[in-house]
Design a binder for this molecule. Structure first.
Ligand code: SF4
Length: 350
């Protein structure tokens, strides 16, 4: 992926997300801030990974990126054009360029439609071609994602999970998008076929010059496929940078804990000899902690962390972090005094 990474580094941003907020009312008085001030860019041909626990806001972010959710504030620009400035007609046309694939392979498939009709559907909705040309294109794309021709006349319940996810990839690909948001796309698949599907994404990227935003809770997946990674926690990024830097030399205590907790599939250089067990659940996005929102689970937390929101700082070229005490060569070094909840256990690195 090195060539792809170099080319992506030089390309201009296809996607620009500026101080994005997505909030939902809860009851009469409360607001759930699912995305609470996220900014990043994705260059043409790049794979940008978003990692985070359940409740970090990453799925809401993905839906907002493809206009399935309306931002509360902030902006999303594609090719320099603010999505909110588009008319409904322009937005419909533009949506072809930006597709999303979900975790559940069944989610986008109508159980009463044949696979061929399901793959042709996006072309029909966008008013492209005629029945015969759309059928030919759908068959071509089904073949490209590695499915045999006889699958076209089957129904979703006759397919395996891996085959259904390939159909979903075909549905996204058939309209020739420029960017695909992949939301936990291999999480529901058997471990034995995850690698094949990830390799397919990489091949399609090279062949069609695709740009990906890859959303996952799985560090081994995101490190395998991404050029850069954003680490989400409670609706904000805690750290963002080149994939190698974030996974080899994490700066934020949250990333450090995620990496240390990752089981065997990570390469040895990404594993820590100390396993850091994060205590407790991620706090509610309805009332996030004051100051640094990671402070209730951070083993380095100091009184300042409860009072002051950490600045977003670029400590190394392109490597950003939101932590008062992070250093250019790693997370803080001094054990915190604010809470004593995080357990560190020595392990033997394999
Ligand atoms: Fe947040 Fe403080 Fe921990 Fe840094 S040290 S992550 S600012 S709680």
């Amino acid at each position: 992926m090195t060539n792809t990474r170099n080319q992506a580094a030089q390309a201009r941003p296809l996607l620009e997300v500026k101080d994005l907020h997505v909030a939902f009312p809860v009851g009469r008085r409360e607001t759930l801030k699912a995305v609470d001030g996220i900014s990043f860019e994705v260059r043409q041909g790049e794979t940008f990974g978003v990692i985070g626990e359940s409740g970090s806001g990453k799925t809401t972010l993905g839906r907002a990126l493809v206009s399935l959710l309306e931002p509360t504030s902030g902006s999303i620009l594609y090719d320099g054009i603010d999505v909110s400035s588009l008319s409904k007609k322009e937005l419909r046309r533009q949506r072809r360029d930006y597709q999303i694939i979900f975790q559940d392979p069944n989610a986008a498939l109508n159980p009463r439609m044949t696979i061929l009709d399901s793959v042709m559907e996006p072309l029909e909705i966008s008013g492209t071609g005629n029945r015969s040309s759309n059928e030919a294109e759908a068959l071509r794309v089904l073949s490209r994602v590695g499915l045999p021709p006889d699958i076209a006349n089957r129904f979703p319940h006759q397919l395996s999970g891996g085959q259904k996810q390939r159909v979903n990839i075909a549905r996204a690909l058939v309209v020739r998008p420029r960017m695909i948001v992949c939301d936990e796309v291999v999480a529901a698949l058997d471990v034995s076929i995850r690698g094949d599907v990830l390799n397919l994404f990489a091949e399609l990227q090279r062949e069609f010059g695709l740009t990906y935003v890859f959303i996952t809770h799985d560090l081994s997946v995101v490190s395998h496929i991404s050029d850069r990674i954003g680490v989400a926690y409670l609706g904000r990024f805690m750290e963002m940078g080149p994939a190698e830097a974030v996974t080899e030399r994490p700066l934020h205590p949250y990333t450090e804990a995620l990496l240390s907790a990752e089981p065997v599939p990570l390469p040895s250089f990404m594993r820590s000899d100390r396993r850091i067990t994060l205590q407790g659940e991620i706090p509610s996005p309805i009332s996030p902690p004051s100051g640094c929102r990671f402070r209730t689970r951070c083993r380095y937390a100091q009184p300042r962390c409860a009072e002051e929101v950490p600045q977003w700082r670029e400590l190394n070229a392109g490597h950003w972090v939101a932590c008062h005490f992070a250093r250019p060569d790693g997370p803080p070094t001094v054990q915190g005094t604010l809470n004593d909840q995080t357990e560190v256990e020595s392990t033997t690195a394999i």
